[in-house]
Design a protein around this ligand. Structure first.
Ligand SMILES: Cc1cc2nc3c(=O)[nH]c(=O)nc-3n(C[C@H](O)[C@H](O)[C@H](O)COP(=O)(O)OP(=O)(O)OC[C@H]3O[C@@H](n4cnc5c(N)ncnc54)[C@H](O)[C@@H]3O)c2cc1C
Length: 291
C-alpha cells in the first residue's frame, strides 16, 4: 500500500470574523495586533483532507508549511496536535510585505527544498487576503497540475487522484495525476479536534528562536527528542532570487483603502405564507428592486 508525502499550506491569519472597534488602524490597514491570530479556517479543511489520506494510507507523512512572523509557529503546533507529523516555518524580514505573487514564490522555493512530495494541499483562500490566488500560483511555479474548490477526495490509486469539486451550480468529479496541488473549500469536512496524545507529544515543540531562552533541562529535551524541533527557514535556507521576495517582488499596489460601514436601513418582516411572499415579491417588482 502506498504511503504519501503530503505538504499542507497553512497560514496564520487575524480573526477577521470577530472584528472589534480596534480592528482597523487610522490609516485604514488591518490592526493585526488587535485581532486574535488563528489557523486560517479553510487550511483546517485542507489539513483534514490530508489526515483522511493518512488514515487510508498508513505511514503517510504530513508536513505543514507556513510563511509568517515567528508567532506563526503556533499554526504548526496546532497542526501537530491534530495529527500532522511535522512543519516548517518560513520566516524572514525579507518576506515581509509580500503580495500573493511573492508569497507563492517563497512557498514554492521552500517546497523545492523539501524535494519529495506527492500532494500539496492548501485552503481555497485566506480570510484576511481573500484572493484564493496562492494555491494556484504555487502550482504554476512548480509546473504542477492543480484542482481547486476540492470538497472530497474520493479515491487515490497508483498515480491518480479522483476528487469532487464544489462549484456554484453543482459538483464536478475530476481526476488528476500525482503530484498535484489541491485547494480545499470550507464546504469540505471540518478538521478533527486536537488529539490528547499528540498534545502530550508535541506540547514542547518549538522553533530555534522560541527556544533561545530555554533552561538546561529543555535543551537536553530537544536533544533527546529531535521531533520537537520546528525547523525555521530564513531566506538563506532556500534558493531564491531575492528581488522576487517581499515588497520588491510584489507588483500589487494598494491605491486606496476605504472603510465600509454596513448599516441596517429599512427592514420589513413578513410571514412565511404564500400570500405574504407573493405580495412582497410584487412590491419588489413594482418598485424595480427586482426584475
Ligand atoms: C502590497 C501588499 C503588502 C502586503 N504585506 C503583507 C505583510 O507584510 N504581511 C502579511 O501577512 N500580509 C501582507 N499582505 C497580504 C498578503 O499579500 C496576502 O495575505 C498573502 O499574499 C496571501 O494571500 P491571501 O491572503 O489572499 O491568500 P489566498 O490566496 O487567499 O490563500 C490561499 C491559500 O494559500 C495558502 N497560503 C496563503 N498564504 C500563505 C502563507 N503565508 N503561508 C502558507 N500558506 C499560505 C493557504 O493554504 C491559503 O488558504 C500584503 C499584501 C499586499 C497587496
Amino acid at each position: 500500500m502506498k504511503s504519501l508525502r503530503i505538504i499542507v499550506l497553512a497560514k496564520q491569519v487575524p480573526d477577521t470574523r470577530n472584528v472589534g472597534k480596534n480592528a482597523m488602524k487610522a490609516d485604514g490597514t488591518v490592526n493585526r495586533a488587535a485581532l486574535p491570530a488563528i489557523f486560517n479556517p479553510e487550511d483546517l479543511n485542507a489539513l483534514e483532507q490530508a489526515l483522511r489520506l493518512k488514515d487510508r494510507f498508513p505511514g503517510s507523512v504530513i508536513t505543514l508549511l507556513t510563511m509568517g512572523p515567528g508567532r506563526a509557529a503556533e499554526v504548526i503546533r496546532e497542526g501537530l496536535y491534530r495529527g500532522a507529523d511535522g512543519g516548517v516555518l518560513l520566516t524572514d524580514r525579507a518576506f515581509a510585505g509580500a503580495d500573493t505573487l511573492a508569497t507563492s514564490y517563497a512557498l514554492a522555493c521552500a517546497i523545492r527544498k523539501m524535494k519529495e512530495f506527492d500532494l500539496i494541499i492548501a485552503g481555497r483562500q485566506a480570510i484576511d487576503g481573500d484572493t484564493a490566488q496562492v494555491g494556484p500560483q504555487v502550482a504554476e511555479k512548480l509546473s504542477l497540475p492543480q484542482v481547486t474548490y476540492v470538497e472530497e477526495i474520493t479515491s487515490l490509486t497508483g498515480n491518480k487522484i479522483t476528487l469532487k469539486r464544489r462549484l456554484e451550480r453543482g459538483i464536478e468529479t475530476v481526476e488528476a495525476p500525482l503530484p498535484c496541488v489541491l485547494t480545499v473549500n470550507a464546504s469540505a469536512p471540518d478538521c478533527r479536534p486536537r488529539n490528547a496524545r499528540a498534545i502530550m507529544k508535541f506540547k514542547h515543540a518549538r522553533t530555534i528562536t522560541e527556544r533561545q531562552n530555554a533552561s538546561e533541562d529543555y535543551i537536553l529535551l530537544y536533544h533527546e527528542r529531535p521531533y520537537l524541533d520546528i525547523p525555521e527557514w530564513s531566506v538563506n535556507d532556500i534558493r531564491t532570487d531575492i528581488i522576487q521576495l517581499g515588497l520588491s517582488g510584489s507588483p500589487t499596489k494598494v491605491k486606496k483603502i476605504e472603510n465600509i460601514v454596513f448599516q441596517a436601513k429599512e427592514t420589513k418582516r413578513i410571514t412565511s405564507d404564500d400570500g405574504s411572499i407573493n405580495a412582497f415579491m410584487k412590491e419588489l417588482i413594482d418598485n424595480h428592486t427586482l426584475g
